[in-house]
Design a protein. Structure first.
Length: 265
């Protein structure tokens, strides 16, 4: 009986030691691979920014191409670029302004706020006070402005970029880099044919009212403010409509875009 107990104890001891060794190996691998994962995440983000702006060149280093992009932080409430004092505020909240993460910022009480339900058409719940923008300049003038956008669809929050021409009015492209919508239905937000429908559309109508919208049943011929909804994906289409209108409206980048137009960007 004693021999059996010893055998059981040895078996348990070996199993525990094996678990500990495996845990150490897995933890070590996770720590050592983290910098590589972060680098790949940053590269993918930059690739999506370039793609939304229509300037991604296959076969050319993403890092090299991204040198034409200038990243700035915007104060959404004031509709202007952040001051040095505000960048220091971001840093005090535990974030690096040079690698600003808007998603993390929205969880920091000091630099974010909960959205009232009536204003939260994109269903994001909390909004950071600051957001990054990505700028392409030519001859000293802004040629393209790329805005980060996100909002809830059917099953997930869609994260992407909306690119505008230098007039801060004409859409160049819209693309999403993260979502979990249904393949073949809501997942068609990734379809190049549908994404191409956004090119050339206008944010506002002739009266200056926000008019860009995703239309179920098809956009009217020649209407520069309407984009066809995704077939069979009503809720995802509605989500895209709401998130785009939120981020180019006064609750998002609307004040900033108006300010840039007034400054003759």
């Amino acid at each position: 009986m004693s021999a059996n107990n010893d055998s059981i104890k040895k078996t348990l001891l070996v199993a525990i030691l094996l678990c500990l060794v495996c845990s150490v190996i897995v933890a070590g691998a996770a720590v050592s691979l983290k910098p590589l994962q972060q680098a790949n995440k940053a590269k993918d983000m930059r690739q999506n920014i370039l793609a939304a702006a229509g300037i991604l060149q296959p076969g050319v280093s993403v890092e090299e191409q991204f040198k034409q992009i200038t990243t700035r932080i915007v104060n959404l409430k004031e509709g202007r670029f952040a001051t040095d004092a505000e960048l220091a505020e971001i840093k005090a909240a535990g974030l690096d302004p040079k690698n600003y993460d808007q998603k993390k910022a929205s969880k920091k009480a000091a630099i974010s706020a909960a959205l009232p339900a009536e204003d939260d058409i994109a269903s994001i719940k909390r909004q950071a006070d600051f957001a990054p923008v990505y700028i392409v300049e030519k001859d000293g003038a802004i040629e393209k402005m790329i805005l980060p956008v996100h909002g809830y669809g059917l099953w997930s929050t869609l994260y992407g970029f909306l690119a505008l021409q230098g007039d801060m009015e004409t859409i160049i492209g819209l693309g999403f880099y993260s979502h979990a919508e249904t393949p073949g239905l809501g997942g068609e937000v990734d379809n190049p044919v549908w994404k191409a429908k956004w090119n050339g559309k206008k944010l506002h109508d002739n009266d200056g009212d926000l008019a860009i919208s995703v239309v179920k049943g098809g956009a009217e011929a020649g209407n520069l403010n309407q984009v066809d909804a995704l077939s069979g994906a009503t809720l995802t289409s509605r989500g895209v409509n709401n998130l785009v209108r939120f981020w180019v409206g006064d609750m998002g980048f609307g004040k900033f875009l108006t300010h840039m137009q007034e400054q003759g960007a």
